[in-house]
Write a protein that binds this ligand. Structure first.
Ligand SMILES: *Cc1c(COP(=O)(O)O)cnc(C)c1O
Length: 420
């Protein structure tokens, strides 16, 4: 089931007024829902000592949201300098930041290890010699290759650009130790938007097996294993949510068994983005045009600059028409933006109630990988972001982009060089 009934109950009665006050389009996020999901994760994994969520900043890099994550005690998963800056501005210290970059440049290592530092998660064995001041604590991203199947969004592990291979991994730790590391973690991320909880259980089993192998071959006891993000959410009405409780129960049993066998237990980390905020956001947009040609089109005042997932992944996002949630879905249409790209569509051949111009459309589940992915192609700017607070107030947490923002990069010092 998409967007929770609770979020709907909190949002829909005041949505007309919110739209009148702020103007559409906008993404709006639900503080109560985000906190409830955070509490659910913490409770489910409470029996694993040292359990920690590192929110994947790229999913929703907004300070107001990240502040909520900090208040819940979560760290941050970062892979770029702006994400590091954001996390540090919110008070994250070294061990609150997993820096999981790939194809990393020297200045990025310097930024990650400078200032407050981070937990450095290396994506490749060749990077070991490129880290300027090798840290005491280091982690590697493991790619199991043909040992696991991936899925559509992240791809098959053997084709995925991430991580060190099964054959390289022991040597990676050996080399890191030779460079002075004395504390170690292990990371992996093999699925994205996965709704089958047993897949995550297998991931935990895989990293624990590797932890045992590292101790056997190198005498290294891992401080933590990080099972990555990739926890799925049901975008379609007929999908069941990920069974977090069953997943936590089975993973906890694996950790307990590991502890009994080996006499120690690594902590468990995860870096959920989508699961934490995806269902707790919606894109609200106004219908502004109708067009009847070979198909019926409904044109809205947002476009793919606000939500790329349908175009990138053919992703489904459920749509409600405000005030017509229970009306018969008697029309089939494409819901489109105004960008000059034929994949600028929020829905394709979707059955919806008849839509009048001026109706508000609520596009569900845009709280992760929504606003953040947007681009400015075709001069289409990104919309504002709002936060529905627990006390019922609504707060602007990012303004819409302006023409000045768009043209800002055209202001520069002239620089011409003569060739020949
Ligand atoms: C994108 C990403 C995540 C978050 O993925 P979700 O699907 O949002 O859970 C976590 N870790 C890493 C390394 C990522 O690149």
């Amino acid at each position: 089931m998409p967007m929770s009934p609770d979020f709907k109950h909190r949002l829909f009665p005041s949505l007309q007024a919110i739209a009148a006050h702020y103007g559409t389009p906008f993404h709006i996020y639900d503080e109560v829902g985000i906190r409830a999901t955070g509490a659910q994760l913490k409770k489910a994994f409470a029996s694993i000592k040292g359990f920690q969520e590192f929110y994947a900043v790229k999913a929703l890099p907004n300070k107001a949201i990240l502040k909520i994550m900090r208040e819940m005690g979560f760290g941050f998963d970062c892979s770029s300098i702006p994400e590091l800056i954001l996390s540090r501005e919110l008070g994250a210290k070294a061990e609150d930041i997993m820096f999981t970059s790939n194809n990393t440049a020297p200045h990025e290592f310097a930024a990650a290890l400078g200032e407050g530092g981070c937990i450095l998660n290396l994506d490749d064995i060749s990077l070991i010699d490129k880290v300027p001041n090798f840290p005491e604590l280091v982690c590697f991203r493991y790619n199991p290759g043909p040992r696991r199947t991936g899925n559509l969004i992240i791809g098959n592990p053997v084709e995925a650009k991430y991580g060190v291979t099964h054959e390289q991994v022991v040597d990676a730790y050996r080399q890191a130790r030779a460079r002075g590391a004395s504390r170690f973690g292990l990371h992996t991320m093999v699925a994205s938007n996965e709704l089958d909880y047993t897949y995550m259980v297998e991931t935990a089993r895989m990293v624990l097996d590797l932890a045992a192998r590292l101790e056997k071959e190198l005498g290294i006891r891992l401080e933590f294993v990080n099972i990555g993000g990739g926890f799925g959410i049901p975008y379609r009405p007929d999908q069941a949510p990920l069974n977090i409780d069953a997943m936590a129960r089975e993973i906890t049993a694996l950790f307990t068994a590991f502890g009994a066998e080996h006499g120690y237990q690594p902590a468990m980390f995860m870096e959920s983005g989508r699961f934490m905020t995806g269902p707790h956001g919606a894109l609200v947009t106004t219908a502004i045009n109708h067009k009847d040609t070979y198909r019926r089109y409904v044109g809205v005042d947002a476009c793919m600059s606000a939500l790329m997932r349908p175009a990138l992944y053919e992703a489904y996002h459920h749509i409600d028409v405000l005030g017509k949630e229970n009306a018969a879905k008697s029309e089939t249409c494409d819901v489109v933006g105004s960008l000059c790209e034929n994949n600028d569509k929020f829905a394709v051949q979707r059955e919806l109630p008849p839509i009048d111009e001026g109706d508000l459309l609520v596009i569900h589940d845009t709280g992760a990988h929504g606003h953040a992915m947007g681009f400015q192609y075709n001069g289409r700017l990104r919309p504002k972001e709002l936060l529905l607070r627990a006390n019922g107030t609504v707060e602007l947490i990012r303004r819409a982009e302006t023409l000045e923002d768009y043209f800002a990069t055209c202001n520069f010092t002239p620089d011409v060089m003569q060739t020949n």
